[in-house]
Design a protein around this ligand. Sequence first.
Ligand SMILES: Nc1nc2c(ncn2[C@@H]2O[C@H](COP(=O)(O)OP(=O)(O)OP(=O)(O)O)[C@@H](O)[C@H]2O)c(=O)[nH]1
Ligand SMILES: [Mg+2]
Length: 370
Amino acid sequence: MRAVLVGVWGKEVSKEFCKESIKELKALVKAVNGKTLGYIIQKRHNPDQRYYIGEGKAKEIKEIVRGTKADTVIFDDFLTPAQVSNLEKFLQVRVLDRTDLVLEIFSRRARTKEAKLQVELAKLMHELPRLHGKGKQLSRLGGGLGTRGPGEQEREVRKRLIKKRIHKIKQELEEIKRRRREQRKRRERPENGEKILRVAIVGYTNAGKSTLMNALTKKGIFTANMPFATLDTRTSVRMVYPDYKLLFTDTVGFIRKLPPELIESFKATLEEVEEADIILHVVDVSDEGWLDYVNTVKEILKELNADDKPVVYALNKADKLVENEEEINYLPHPAFIEGDAILVSAEKRWNLDKLLQKILEKGEKLKVEV
Ligand SMILES: Nc1nc2c(ncn2[C@@H]2O[C@H](COP(=O)(O)OP(=O)(O)OP(=O)(O)O)[C@@H](O)[C@H]2O)c(=O)[nH]1
Ligand SMILES: [Mg+2]
């Protein structure tokens, strides 16, 4: 894939945010082994019905596509099916939006049966309304008013098939969810008076969640410098003192403008977040935009009904800011976080004891309140 990227800023989106978002889109392109040849951003208050961007900009993009020999143009937003087909006709190359790209990464990464089903569900849910849109349009192209356009019947058949498959997948996921719940119950049954604290590790993609989980529990979970390395929820145990059992769950990373179909499909996996006693929010503080990421994650937590849980922030990758563990103490503490944040390095295992201590403190408080 040789891609040109397109972003829009304006009333609600600042130029900086738009540029950050484009940078992230670049990482997503890389994750599917694609190459970004250039990008273009436009200030615009309302998306154009036909092209999303203005016609002048569309012409400019066409020039860039020709000059760079790009084969794909990727929009950093959600396009309507009509916009996609108008743009493809005009630009004469494939047009994708952010959702397409994220879905593609997810489908390449899915390994377990559950993840595969979730991704398939998201793709089908994404396709269904688009099938409809394209249908209408093609029949309009087909000419005569009221006549059925070419292929409409096939689309009807496809639509029925998709609906059936969606139903089937949902049933299967429901079954997996049920089994998972049972497993959880068994795992959480306390033995001889031990205390159990469920900690869900959440955060922006690539923040270091899995690395931290590995460092805390000595599990060998796959980590990588790319978005969405983790798609499966894994839980593992860390004993603290003889009688305190911490159950850590690693989760799929969050991202700005996460396609709603994906949140919906991954709800089963993210149920562990809803069930957790404490949220361990991992942040990559070596990234300039980390505060924006924190807010994105908070918003998604809200959607998962998990925004009222106690949160401990692990401000990760501190090793990129200072030379050694000692110096962490001299880093300014981010004021907005009110004392529940610990600077750590998951990779160098810096400050992990302090982090555990903080989690336990929160846990104790919970038990008192209950
Ligand atoms: N320098 C530094 N790099 C780190 C640290 N923790 C994680 N990383 C690196 O950051 C990258 C992402 O780490 P992961 O643990 O896979 O991140 P994640 O949050 O699980 O990401 P996804 O599962 O893709 O959402 C990897 O290349 C890690 O080696 C850290 O404390 N310091
Ligand atoms: Mg991970």
